[in-house]
Design a protein around this ligand. Structure first.
Ligand SMILES: CC(=O)CC(=O)SCCNC(=O)CCNC(=O)[C@H](O)C(C)(C)COP(=O)(O)OP(=O)(O)OC[C@H]1O[C@@H](n2cnc3c(N)ncnc32)[C@H](O)[C@@H]1OP(=O)(O)O
Length: 454
């Protein structure tokens, strides 16, 4: 063994810069696996108002029920119910006339005709289905959840402390299986949720459920709302690029049970109705790491750059607060306009910082589908083609707004689309989410080799 003074001399030849350089990865953080999960109960938007008003014992408030239906069904589509009844009448009594009608429809506008046959398709909200943890059994066991004036936070928190990490484990175990390496190779875990308010929190429980190593570095993000998934991905990027060999598991899990209660006449009921028209439950998991291992890991998207922008004068536009009767939302009426009005600034902050002048039309888009109108207005503000937000719209249609988790569903949907067509088309894209603040997060992505040529 070398004498102590020789060891000290050797140590001084290594600089902190050397150590830092050795710690850093060579390549950019890369998405290596993505998976999603939902609770069992799937509810179509058509039946949601009936379910919601029944389980919250609010059927004595028909005007609020009508309002909820107005929020998610286009009046034209309600009218088509009557049209469809008329069509059935003709079918029974005037067969010949119907034939002519049918013939003309086929030759002119068959699509519209099909819509007549499917009157309630949630056209206004852009949502057709949602998955929810709350069902008849939950409400039977906890009738107090219906009334936000009753103290129910303890019971909600207790349920969420199990349900949230369990739902996350369903997505994370699929992501780990896709990744192809053992769960014990995960070095960092970032968990984002607004639904769990206990400590030790969902990150600790998820690590146990997955059998992660006891030295895994855990971080829990709370109350980021709809930008939680994007924030977690941005942190994963920093960790992966600054810790050579790091493999970061990002997990997001939301169950809207924490904010489920009945409508209340005259008291912020439009916020409650808008929230109950949009929000669904789900979990998403992403594994992020730099320098993918050849023939073992499959690089899906490289994360080239990430930024956060706070929209000026917007502090009160989206707020959430835990109260004794559950979490209360406020979503400003002008939110879609406010986001669309600031979208170019958020993109300029992201792209300007790296000196990239992008044509928005040349990018692929993964935008948090907060609501149909938000996607419409952003698309319009950026002059994008109609199909540019197809992945976001598809997720909104099938799952609703699952808060911070939603963006992971959108990323997964994009991956599916790229894998199906061999990643033809746009190479670079923007992943965006927004939430309380208003905080907008942007990640510049590039399609990676694992998605090309499939
Ligand atoms: C939680 C987070 O951190 C981040 C988030 O994602 S927050 C959620 C973000 N989402 C939104 O803000 C929703 C954006 N809005 C939309 O997508 C659409 O406006 C919508 C689907 C809600 C309705 O569609 P629309 O085409 O605007 O329909 P429109 O006919 O104008 O409105 C229907 C009814 O909803 C009401 N409404 C619309 N937005 C509202 C809002 N934010 N608050 C209260 N009421 C609202 C309208 O006043 C109207 O009511 P009346 O029929 O009584 O007049």
């Amino acid at each position: 063994m070398a004498p102590a003074h020789h060891q000290a001399a050797a140590a001084t030849t290594v600089t902190t810069q050397d150590i830092r350089r050795a710690q850093r990865a060579d390549g950019p953080a890369t998405v290596l696996a993505i998976a999603t999960a939902n609770p069992e109960t799937r509810r179509s938007q058509d039946e949601y108002a009936d379910f919601y008003f029944r389980v919250t014992k609010s059927e004595h408030l028909p005007q609020l029920k009508e309002k909820l239906e107005r929020i998610y069904v286009d009046k034209f589509y309600i009218n088509t119910v009557e049209l469809y009844a008329m069509y059935n009448f003709i079918l029974e009594s005037h067969y010949k006339l119907l034939y002519l009608f049918w013939d003309s429809l086929q030759s002119s506008n068959f699509e519209n005709f099909l819509q007549i046959r499917k009157p309630h398709q949630g056209k206004k909200s852009g949502i057709e289905n949602r998955y929810t943890y709350v069902n008849d059994e939950v409400m039977k066991a906890h009738p107090e959840f219906s009334d936000r004036k009753l103290p129910s936070l303890d019971a909600r928190v207790e349920i969420a402390s199990n349900a949230v990490p369990e739902l996350a484990a369903a997505a994370a175990s699929m992501a780990i299986a896709e990744w192809g390496r053992p769960a014990t190779d995960i070095t960092h875990l970032i968990f984002s949720t607004y639904s769990d308010l206990k400590a030790p929190s969902s990150d600790r429980r998820l690590a146990s459920l997955l059998g992660l190593r006891h030295t895994v570095c855990r971080t829990i993000l709370s109350l980021h709302g709809c930008y939680g998934g994007c924030r977690a991905l941005q942190l994963a990027k920093e960790l992966a690029e600054n810790n050579r060999g790091a493999r970061v598991l990002v997990a997001c899990s939301e169950i809207s049970l924490i904010a489920f209660y009945g409508p209340e006449e005259g008291y912020t009921d439009t916020d409650t109705l808008v929230a109950h028209a949009l929000f669904g439950d789900g979990s998403g998991a992403v594994i992020v790491g730099a320098d993918p291992v050849d023939a073992v890991e499959r690089p899906l998207f490289e994360m080239a750059f990430a930024s956060q922008t706070t929209v000026p004068d917007s502090e009160g536009a989206i707020t959430v607060q835990h109260k004794k009767g559950g979490m209360e939302y406020h979503i400003a009426r002008g939110l879609p306009e406010m986001l669309a009005g600031n979208i170019k600034r958020c993109l300029a902050d992201a792209f300007g910082a790296i000196g990239v002048a992008a044509r928005w039309k040349d990018l692929f888009w993964a935008v948090h589908p907060g609501g149909r109108r938000i996607l419409d207005l952003i698309e319009e503000a950026l002059g994008l083609d109609n199909g540019a937000m197809a992945a976001s719209r598809q997720v909104l249609r099938e799952y609703g707004n699952m808060s911070g988790t939603t963006v992971i569903f959108v990323l997964n949907e994009l991956r599916r689309r790229f894998a199906a067509d061999g990643a033809e088309g746009a190479d670079w894209g923007a992943l965006m989410a927004f939430g309380p603040g208003i905080t907008a997060e942007t990640i510049l992505l590039r399609v990676a080799s694992g998605l090309k040529g499939n």
